[in-house]
Design a protein around this ligand. Sequence first.
Ligand code: GAL
Length: 703
Amino acid sequence: MKAISRTISWSAALALILSSTHAAGAATPDWFPRAEMMNIGVYYYPEAWPQNQWARDMANMHKMGMEFVHMGEFAWAFMEPEEGKFDFDWLEKNVALAQQNGMKVILCTPSATPPVWLSRKHPEILMVDATGKRMNHGGRQQGDWSSPVYREYVAKIVTELAKRFGHDKRVWGWQLDNELSHYEKEFSYSPAATARFREWLKEKYGDIGHLNADWGTAFWSMVYQNFEQIEIPNQLDHAGLPNPHAQLDFNRWFASEGADFLRLQTRILRQYGADQWITTNYMAMYGDIDPMRSAKDLDAFTWTHYPVHGDVFAENGPLGFRLGSGAIQSFMHDFMRPINGISGLMELQPGQVNWGVVNPWPQPGAIHMWIMRAFAAGARMVCTYRYRQPLFGNEQYHKGLVETDGVTPSPGGREYMEAMKDVLKLRAKYKPEAKEPAAYAKRRTAFLINFDNRWDIENHKQTTRWDTVGHWMKYYRALKSMMAPVDVVTEERDLSGYGFVVAPAYQLVDKALVAKWTTYAENGGHLVLTSRTGEKDRRGYFPETLWAEQIYGLIGAKLPIYDLLPGTLEGHVTADGARYAWGSWADVLEPDAGTTTLATYADQFYAGKAAAVTHKLGKGSVTYIGVDTVNGELETALMRKVYTAAGAAPANLAADFIVDWRDGFWVATNFTSTAKAIPARPGAEILSGARSVIPGGVTVWVE
Ligand code: GAL
């Protein structure tokens, strides 16, 4: 394999020096040279394989085209076999082997797997589940991030790692922990977690009276007399539902606690001079951890993805279960990338996994396609989980890049090799001066989210038919079908550079946010708001106004009622002569004079009333789509109207046939079950693939 090119044009180098600042504010090395675009690497667990195979395995990884290797993730018992006795020599040997084979190294902190001596000496480092049961040694993520004792031991091992490898030029970056979470157990209810939650509440409210006010404890006589009386809201402690305001604060605290645990580790690495970049591998968007809370601490934002694990993805046809969801995959890239511009996939499945209810084989070609989707979405790295298929242990059935013999590339391994060849080919054609095509740039959209909305809605759904992420995906798929580049962003972002902002199901708002949205539209932006927006204040209270009155001026309509349908009943909406079914949520709107109705309810007692409206506001527009349809087709049709009216000439691709532009290259990835034609000009130069993209296929071209 050709050596990694470190050459970069002077102008690009200067731009990088000017733009890249260390998370702590100092200038940093150029960890991800723009001209390399994306690196591909792999997980390796040397501690689980015979020492006499290490050199062979490293040499083979390199032969397969891997550019970096990821190690040390769950290896605490090997790094500190006895309390205070550290052994990094085995790791050091593997770092040396990686370097000899031209591969960079990502090292990990092992905080996801405390060793048995620690759990036996200090059982209080183990988390407690909702039933009150303390977890035990013998799995992972059983450590309690709130335990001061656990934090002390984590600090010690991270310090030793930092001292040993923090200045090691062979080490490229660090991953903290692993998929920070407690998996199915979700939260720790330990005394340590309770104590830290109380501290956080004291800090937030100061006075118990303020907490009582914000938590609405006058309801059902919940009033607290002091902070020591507060427990973590736990469904199992209550005959009915726990207090939703307490739950929302607990979600906020838990996410902050996770970020704090990461910060503890980041600070130690930096304190001992770690010159490398630092990330953690977030678990897609479903976790309880909010990456934005670590925006200032980490240098790169990476995540883990297993697209095929038994979900059916019927929206993508009969092959959906073998292809995964293009929308979810793409959305996560679009969420991670804008945080600080450096993002990637830390884990990607190389074949069948072991942990789904049913673990099918991915569609041949799909693994290659996922890697190229990451490329198209701006990822700077893709790392596959894992090199070797384990011969023992919980993940025995999990494929690797090589077969169970440890040497033969698996079908997935061959797809990685293929993808690496593609990346090298594109790297050779990289042009730093390539400009984003104007028509594509014009459709750039900010997709505004706030985890508070998702938490509060999911804690208090009002209809079991509602699915917050599913609702987001209807809009996201509509955007990608229009070939809009999307940045998923949060409220502190300056929106003025975006022609369009979509803020779906934005339940919790305040005056400042409504004012920000209003100014955005008045200055020429096009804002799309959707069902359930503006109903509550930031505490999760309904303001003492008419229903959702906070946004009436903004949307140019009143919203006197919303409706929900039980069972599998469907209501209907018409727009431009087409009829659409809904079942989960219907905001019934009354447009003001000057506001246009875009869709109308066709049945129920409010037949003839508006389901979606739009109006001009200053130089821009505000559209409110109040109904959540069954398959999102109405949402797509209305979004197309908004983009067309704004002169953004939307493309008309099938949902989940996703096309994006990156660094001069157009990349089409087909997550649907039928072949799709690329939207290329007749003279376009096809660099890989074909004009017709098969399911699970990729085409790259330049125009
Ligand atoms: C991930 C996890 C990895 C590994 C993998 C198996 O969620 O981070 O450590 O367990 O699943 O697919």
